[in-house]
Ligand binder design. Structure first.
Ligand code: FEO
Length: 407
């Protein structure tokens, strides 16, 4: 196939893959994505940073060959840097090494070297130079400085900093799942890009928030943050304005939230839904923003995105067979997985439910939400269909939850 490489700086090219029709990743919905790989021409060595997902290698090879053509050089890759071993960035690594230079130097973190072998079972005969923070490689007038970044997004993750150019190749960190024909943040609607970056952070990075805070502090203390002129992640658009996304990550990773409450519910015969709507009215009456999710149709991934910068949630499910309506269980699993407690945000929660007779949903949801790190401050357990008095109580509980986050 024919595909052009995108020059992102002098002698630095994006040679990644556009996956236009990808609609799910890690179990959540996306509008397409990219797997970004980069070719860096040093005075003495040419470096390929990262690789791409299975079946899309023809795009990678076409762009690599176009980048060499643009530089007027014969094709030879001297150095392979692998920042992370997850398959979306590594599936064709071995094949790319074989294709362009089986004698090339290879650099990766110790965990990445181990994980590559455990996933592909064909790296054992390759010499992988394992590196960590402080290690550098001179490629001729240009320096690759490695920065270990465990849990952003796996234990093997690292960043590679192209020192003289101030380009941080951050792999998963600072990414977004979007697919666009142009490469930079300025080529995209910034509001949409921020929302996609927030969805990506909420669903993929939240668990690593303690490590993120430490890493941002380390990069600030050693002066790298001030040297970064561009962040080139492995998914989505490249940040020409790195401060924009670094500031967002600093905020999301440390639990900075808006005066906003996310209401999530499911319903059987509309009773729990009536409570959800009244709780939303009560929240809004205090001037607090409401995000509303109906789990019969909405995805937990989108709810998770709004919960990231919400100070509280209201979670509702009818009781069915002494337990919460099962569809809400998917939401609970997601909350348990991402673990917002890691952001230090200490989110309050109101639980509400309509039951027929014995009940049981509220108790189970309270146990589950507390296990997921939420501070359950109130409950509303209603028998069958709420009357006007109960609807007023729901309104008041929504208003009280809103006041609690403003204190
Ligand atoms: Fe985009 Fe952790 O892989």
């Amino acid at each position: 196939m024919k595909a052009k490489a995108a020059k992102i700086a002098e002698g630095v090219y994006w040679v990644g893959v556009l996956h236009w029709n990808s609609r799910t990743f890690h179990g959540y919905g996306i509008p397409g994505t990219t797997y970004n790989a980069y070719l860096v021409f040093g005075g003495e060595k040419t470096v390929l940073i990262d690789n791409v997902y299975g079946g899309l290698d023809n795009q990678l090879y076409a762009r690599i060959e176009d980048a060499f053509a643009q530089e007027g050089k014969d094709i030879q890759i001297d150095v392979f840097v692998q920042n992370h071993s997850e398959m979306d960035h590594s599936t064709h690594l071995r094949e790319t090494i074989e294709k362009y230079n089986p004698e090339a130097e290879i650099y990766a973190s110790p965990n990445c070297a181990k994980f590559l072998e455990q996933q592909y079972h064909n790296f054992g005969d390759l010499k992988i130079n394992t590196v960590q923070t402080g290690d550098e490689v001179d490629i001729g007038g240009r320096t690759l400085a490695f920065v270990s970044a465990p849990m952003l997004h796996w234990p093997d993750s690292m960043f590679t900093f192209l020192v003289e150019d101030g380009i941080l190749f951050s792999n998963d960190a600072f990414g977004q799942h979007v697919c666009h024909s142009k490469r930079f943040d300025e080529d995209y609607s910034l509001d949409i890009l921020e929302k996609e970056a927030q969805k990506y952070y909420a669903n993929l990075v939240t668990l690593g928030s303690p490590m993120l805070r430490m890493k941002l502090q380390e990069l600030t203390d050693n002066g790298i943050v001030d040297q970064i002129k561009m962040i080139a992640p492995c998914h989505g658009q490249i940040w020409k304005n790195p401060k924009f996304i670094i500031d967002l990550y600093a905020k999301w990773g440390s639990g900075v939230c808006k005066d906003k409450i996310t209401v999530i519910y499911d319903t059987m015969h509309h009773s729990t839904e009536k409570l959800a709507f009244q709780i939303a009215e009560g929240i809004a009456s205090e001037g607090v923003e409401v995000a509303m999710y109906f789990m019969q149709h909405d995805g937990p991934d989108d709810a998770i995105t709004d919960i990231l910068d919400s100070k509280a949630i209201a979670l509702g499910a009818p009781t069915m067979m002494n337990k919460p309506f099962p569809r809400i269980g998917n939401m609970i699993y997601w909350l348990d997985c991402v673990n917002f407690a890691g952001t230090t945000s200490n989110k309050n929660a109101l639980i509400f439910s309509s039951k027929g007779w014995g009940g049981g949903a509220v108790k189970k949801l309270q146990t589950d939400l507390e296990a997921a790190g939420f501070n359950v401050t109130d409950t509303l357990d209603v028998t069958f269909v709420p009357d006007e008095d109960v609807l007023e109580e729901a309104f008041n509980k929504g208003a009280e939850l809103a006041r609690s986050i403003k204190e």
